[in-house]
Ligand binder design. Structure first.
Ligand code: G4P
Length: 532
């Protein structure tokens, strides 16, 4: 049995991802969390955002950026008694399958929405993955210091576009220049924010009840009355607060605020930490694995190439699911049936990487990978051979045909492609009956093509020819007795097979997907496939 200290440590862990469309304010919000946690002293120091945003199509440049984003891809810090792990979900052109996969390691998600733009494309995609996993999703409506959509309209948009019910935990007092604070519905009190020195410091909060006459003075009667009316409307017409629905991801608690000016960030963080669950049991082939179990176990959800191109080494990111991790421990690599020693495990604290001595369920550690791990692999201490639910392959949206320029380099070409596919930055498909000379590669973000070309040349000495293909959609075919010869597709659709030789269709448009569905009613077409 573990000590009560161990159980306490697990209970205080919160591991979540922040999902958003680029520019909604994810970085700013993360930075403010770190500021409140005391991990940094002044906001604005997490990373130089400008240099990171304009992704240059050059691997060295990408690596330079990765140098920054590796340290920030998982951040751990403490707030009050909580130990918080934030998982980064890279956006912009760097958006890749990794972005989706990271969500497999999270216990909950914070969805940041720009109040002027509402629910945007990338948010929708990331939301779908969270929904599929059934994890709690908390919404932070950001940039309330700017004029944006009406808060009621935003709530309506979240519900209609994402199909999730919402419960405002707080309600904004004014918007744009008039954004003065929020009404905290749980505490039933007004909270006005003051003096954060443009968001660099923590700022003060003035509180009082909704009817308190001081707010007539502080806000002016028109703003105060509007607030009273809004709250009345919400109480009458809105959804009820329902913790079970929050935990199952069917109701999202919504918070309004401004990350830049620190308005509402601390109340959001506190309420979020209070409502969000600690690491829960994870489903495995041996049933749910309790985090408090004696046996250390975890799975690899991301593999990152070494920043130093002269080394082939990689870092595998492991999410701990149960038991206590101790530096130097020997564990079973279940898929390979081998023992490995975890000698130099790293953890990512605010801006630094440190060697970790011990870690707990919910934590993410980076382990040295000499090329033995695959996404989804399990490590565990005893011989239970536990395997966690597979990490899916997510739908690529860009496709290209690639060949080695020099056919004598076929071996290196194959090796490079296999390694990059294992890292999960590309998915590889073949046309049935065509050999490995011609491969079809699918990626989630088009920047991955440039990374692929650069890395094959620099790490494997292979020049490639790449022909971009017009396909945009992919569906894995689930059908008893599938036979490509008897399967009716449209002219612009292609049948390929994935690495497990499972049949896959790639389409140029949604019309063709619907046509193929109509013509083959027995086939189930899936957007996400579970890796074997
Ligand atoms: P991201 O990580 O989601 O891509 O967004 P990021 O935090 O980088 O924020 C995108 C832009 O929005 C930044 O401005 C940032 O300062 C601004 N921003 C974030 N939160 C708020 C907010 O609450 N209110 C307002 N008004 N702006 C906000 P930028 O000009 O692109 O970058 P910078 O020069 O300010 O760093």
């Amino acid at each position: 049995m573990h000590t009560t200290d161990f159980i306490e440590k697990v209970k205080k862990r919160r591991t979540f991802a922040i999902i958003s469309h680029p520019d909604a304010g994810k970085t700013t919000l993360t930075e403010k969390f770190l500021l409140y946690g005391g991990a940094i002293r002044l906001a604005g120091s997490v990373k130089s955002r400008r240099s990171q945003k304009h992704a240059v199509s050059d691997w060295m440049e990408i690596e330079k950026q990765r140098g920054i984003s590796v340290t920030s891809s998982v951040l751990q810090f403490n707030y009050n008694d909580y130990c918080i792990n934030i998982l980064d979900t890279p956006g912009h052109q760097d958006f890749s399958e990794d972005t989706y996969r990271t969500l497999m390691a999270a216990d909950s998600a914070v969805m940041v929405i720009d109040c002027a733009k509402g629910v945007e494309d990338q948010t929708k995609k990331l939301f779908q993955v969270c929904k599929m996993r059934g994890i709690p999703i908390f919404t932070f409506v950001n940039k309330m210091d700017r004029m944006g959509k009406d808060p009621f309209e935003l709530m309506e948009e979240v519900e209609s576009v994402l199909g999730i019910r919402s419960y405002p935990m707080n309600w904004p007092v004014g918007q744009g220049r008039d954004f003065k604070g929020v009404f905290n519905r749980q505490k039933s009190q007004v909270e006005l924010f003051e003096g954060s020195n443009h968001g660099q410091n923590l700022g003060e909060i003035v509180t009082g009840s909704l009817g308190d006459s001081k707010f007539n003075e502080l806000l002016g009667s028109s703003l105060h009355n509007q607030l009273i009316n809004d709250i009345e409307l919400l109480d009458m017409a809105g959804d009820e607060f329902d913790m079970d629905k929050i935990l199952s991801g069917d109701l999202t608690p919504v918070f309004f605020g401004s990350a830049l000016t620190n308005f509402g960030v601390q109340p959001f963080l506190e309420s979020f930490l209070d409502l969000t669950p600690p690491p829960a049991p994870r489903i495995s082939n041996n049933g749910p694995i309790d985090p408090a179990s004696e046996n250390f176990s975890g799975f690899i959800f991301k593999i990152q190439a070494n920043m130093n191109p002269t080394h082939r080494d990689r870092i595998a990111f492991l999410r701990i699911c149960s038991g206590k991790f101790e530096k130097g421990m020997s564990v079973n690599h279940v898929q390979e049936n081998k023992k490995v020693r975890l000698a130099q495990p790293q953890q990512f604290m605010a801006q630094d990487r440190v060697i970790v001595e011990e870690a707990y369920p919910g934590d993410i550690i980076g382990i040295h990978d000499p090329g033995i791990f695959r996404i989804g692999d399990t490590l565990c201490q005893d011989n239970s051979k536990v395997k966690f639910e597979g990490i899916p392959s997510f739908a690529p949206e860009h496709f290209a045909k690639i060949y080695a320029k020099n056919s004598l380099k076929r071996k290196q070409f194959q090796k490079g492609i296999t390694q990059l596919a294992e890292e999960g930055s590309i998915q590889v498909f073949k046309r049935p009956n065509i050999g490995i000379e011609e491969l079809i590669v699918g990626v989630v973000g088009s920047l991955q093509f440039e990374v692929l070309e650069y890395r094959l040349k620099n790490e494997y000495g292979v020049d490639i020819l790449m022909e971009r293909l017009p396909y945009r959609y992919i569906r894995w075919v689930d059908m008893e007795g599938f036979d490509p010869k008897n399967f009716s597709i449209t002219m612009d659709t292609m049948i390929v097979v994935d690495e497990d030789e499972d049949p896959v269709l790639i389409f140029q448009n949604e019309w063709s997907i619907n046509m193929v569905k109509e013509r083959n009613p027995k086939a189930i077409l899936k957007e996400i496939s579970l890796r074997k």
